[in-house]
Design a protein around this ligand. Structure first.
Ligand code: ADP
Ligand code: ZN
Length: 714
């Protein structure tokens, strides 16, 4: 039989099975079947593998076929659907099936019994709750109702869900979107719900999910990240109760296995999870929802499989033959293109549920303002006036700045020296120390930190080259916070970025306080821009928006427009009209014209541009990323590989090898070869051929482990 091992090998090794292995001499020993877990030895190490086929004839000598060490009957077998998904992912993302298996079943650290014990405890809790409920409803002596009649209890759950979901009355616009989605499902087409923030997409998801449960099926509800405040989780918990299973990579392995075991145990679950939830042992699926489908955090950067959760969810739904709904206020160009080509159904929902208008956009030209002496530090007087008005009205303010730290870089005012990371080709950011009395202009205490590799060193404000005085370049969130506190000494101010949110409880606390109105001004990085729903937030502002635009990437404009639109959607969610202020030094940038919706620039224009330049979604990109501690070798290998890939007649256009914007990270020099592939039927075959070519190259040059293949890079 063949066994899938959690390794980067592109074949499945053969093993044989002696029925008496595992020390059980009894008669009940069945042979391992496809999907069963087995312990085997490979290259001197033991692994838990998954049987992928039992009927294959090895094409190697029997002396090279080893015995299975043990048939791990305590470990849950893997379903055929799971193995099919692994194959699909491995093929599409050009990795080994073993790498997918490893992602789906991370190391087996916790014993099966422990999971069993937790499951029993959870079941007991459910029963107690049911019993209490029964007692409240005046049904004496029904204490062990759950024990006696499992089906009855489930019915009760379902009644509650039906009631809750039934009580959602869709607005006419929502109802229209809802029926179009259902039509699309009947036609077995994925649907893309393009609904402005606050239009009530979530309510539609809830209704559809409840219906799937009603018909005895399961639901997978994917989100890009489990947001700090967990507002969505509470909202779903209220409706689905114990049937809601939350799954994300922040959970312990034991918790994740518990979710997997619960899914296996029956039907009627809603799994709310991040991308890795795709690899749970799904069965009887009724619906897959991919919320915020455009979000880049759906893409796994490292390790392999470097998959996109949205696209893999589409594969999953295909395998299970179930409905799939993508949703976003700012859909990806990929999904929009799929609607244009008729692969998906585009369902629009362009009114907010609470009928507030979109936040009005005000773009402030910081260069012009500075000339007019209209800037105080990083704030224009126009913006400070807006903030003052908002606070005076008893409403809240959110400020977004894309860089954490006090200043993203520092420079010597004498010799111009800019400290860089010794391990990466980036400048170091200055993080001010937390010391008391360390306010005002003190630039002399704190640390210089690398945001790529984490390197950090003490900083005293004196240039190590010439002894001159160092000064900050630009402002990060920490500096913005300081300026805000000076400008608005009476306001309650908090900051949320990956420095302050290092402890998750701090982050949750800030979100809680902000939603209760105990914080007036919240400053943050990307993490504040999406997902939250704060009723009293009426002003959102972006500082130095140029950071979002200057990235050397054909997707930068699309990204910036999505991010700004998401951020804009945070305010004015309860009938009030919000204000959205953008401070920028390039107010003429086309991205702002997409946002303002004045018709001079649209997604269609972006698509046209992509088509003209041969970019995705009109082509498929595969990046081959070469990483080497020796720069000349990275360069040489890149050139050699590009030469091989360019020879002959190829269904792709090759660019490179080129150095990315940050061409050294953690002592690895990086070169990239980019392939733009035609989107045609040959795609899968081309990928196979490429994989073979790369493998041969690695072998010939003894260069294993240096080339990373990234399909549909972000
Ligand atoms: P989206 O997911 O599109 O951003 P939400 O589903 O969060 O929008 O809806 C925005 C707000 O409107 C929420 O407070 C939600 O509870 C409310 N809402 C939306 N649709 C309905 C409805 N049909 N009935 C009651 N409240 C609704
Ligand atoms: Zn570094």
């Amino acid at each position: 039989m063949t066994v899938i091992l959690p390794l980067k090998i592109d074949w499945e090794p053969y093993y044989s099975y002696a029925p008496d292995c595992g020390g059980e001499a009894d008669t009940g020993n069945r042979l391992p079947a496809v999907g069963d877990r087995v312990r085997v030895r490979f290259a001197g190490k033991d692994y838990i593998g998954t049987v992928s086929a039992t009927d294959v004839r090895p094409d190697i000598g029997t002396d090279r076929i080893h015995d299975i060490i043990a048939h791990e009957k305590d470990l849950c077998p893997v379903s055929e659907a799971e193995i099919r998904l692994w194959h699909a992912v491995a093929e599409y993302y050009m990795c080994s099936i073993g790498e997918v298996y490893k992602a789906a079943y991370p190391a087996q650290k916790i014993s099966g019994e422990e999971v069993q014990a937790r499951l029993e405890a959870r079941e007991k809790k459910r029963q107690d709750k049911a019993a209490r409920k029964a007692a409240r409803q005046g049904q004496p002596g029904n204490h062990d109702a759950g024990h006696k009649d499992e089906g009855h209890k489930d019915e009760e759950d379902m009644d509650t869900i039906r009631e809750m979901a039934g009580s959602i009355v869709l607005s006419p616009a929502q109802a229209a979107a809802y029926s179009r989605i259902k039509e699309s499902f009947s036609a077995r087409k994925p649907a893309l719900l393009k609904g402005v923030t606050g239009s009530g997409k979530t309510e539609i998801y809830i209704k559809l999910a409840a219906e799937a449960l009603e018909s005895g099926k399961n639901v997978l509800y994917l989100v890009p990240e489990i947001a700090l405040g967990r507002q969505l989780e509470y909202r779903l918990k209220k409706i689905f109760g114990d049937r809601l299973l939350v799954f994300h990579s922040g959970e312990t392995i034991a918790m994740r296995r518990e979710v997997a075991a619960t899914i296996r145990s029956g039907n009627g679950h809603v799994v709310l999870g991040t991308r890795s939830a795709i690899f749970l042992p799904h069965h009887d699926m009724g619906l897959v929802i991919v919320d915020e489908e455009h979000d880049t955090s759906y893409k796994q950067e490292s390790p392999a499989p470097r998959y996109n959760g949205r696209d893999t969810a589409i594969m999953l739904a295909g395998i299970h033959g179930c409905s799939i709904l993508l949703g976003s206020a700012t859909p990806s160009l990929e999904s929009l293109q799929n609607c244009l080509s008729g692969k998906f159904t585009l369902v629009g929902l362009d009114v907010r549920y609470h009928e507030s208008e979109d936040a009005g956009i005000e773009i402030i030209d910081t260069i012009a303002e500075r000339k007019k002496h209209g800037m105080y530090g990083d704030f224009s007087l126009k913006l400070t006036d807006r903030i003052r008005e908002t606070l005076a009205a008893g409403e809240q303010v959110m400020l977004f700045r894309a860089r954490r730290s006090f200043s993203p870089a520092v420079q010597c005012s004498g010799c111009g020296y800019i400290p860089k990371c010794p391990h990466c080709n980036v400048s170091l950011s200055f993080h001010k120390g937390r010391g008391r009395g360390n306010t005002g202009d003190s630039m002399t205490e704190g640390r210089l930190t690398c945001h790529y590799c984490g390197y950090s060193t003490r900083y005293d404000g004196i240039c190590p080259q010439c002894g001159g005085e160092m000064m900050g370049l630009g402002a990060g969130t920490q500096k913005i916070e300081e300026e805000v506190s000076q400008l608005f000494p009476d306001a309650r101010v908090a900051r949320l970025d990956s420095d302050t949110a290092q402890s998750a409880s701090y982050g949750k606390d800030v979100i809680r306080k902000f939603s209760r109105g105990e914080i007036d001004i919240l400053i943050g990085t990307q993490m504040v821009t999406k997902g939250f729903d704060f009723p009293n937030l009426s002003l959102v502002a972006v500082l130095q928006a140029d950071t979002l635009l200057s990235v050397q990437d054909f997707r930068a404009d699309e990204r910036a427009a999505q991010l700004l639109e998401q951020f804009r959607g945070r305010c004015g969610r309860r009938g009030k009209k919000g204000h959205f202020v953008i401070q920028t030094s390039s107010p003429e940038h086309p991205v702002y014209r997409i946002l303002s919706g004045d018709g001079t620039m649209s997604e269609q224009d972006l698509l046209q541009e992509r088509k003209a330049f041969g970019y995705p979604p009109y082509t498929r990109v595969i990046n081959l990323c070469i990483k080497d501690t020796q720069e000349p070798r990275a360069e040489l290998m890149g050139t050699k590989l590009a030469g091989i890939l360019e020879s002959g007649n190829n269904p792709y256009i090759l660019t490179g090898p080129y150095s990315p914007a940050v061409d050294k990270v953690a002592d690895n020099h990086i070169r990239i070869i980019r392939l733009n592939l035609r989107k045609d039927r040959q795609l899968a075959a081309t990928k196979k051929r490429l994989m073979r070519t790369i493998a041969e190259f690695e072998q010939k040059e003894r260069y294993t482990g240096h080339i990373i293949t990234d399909v549909d890079p972000m």
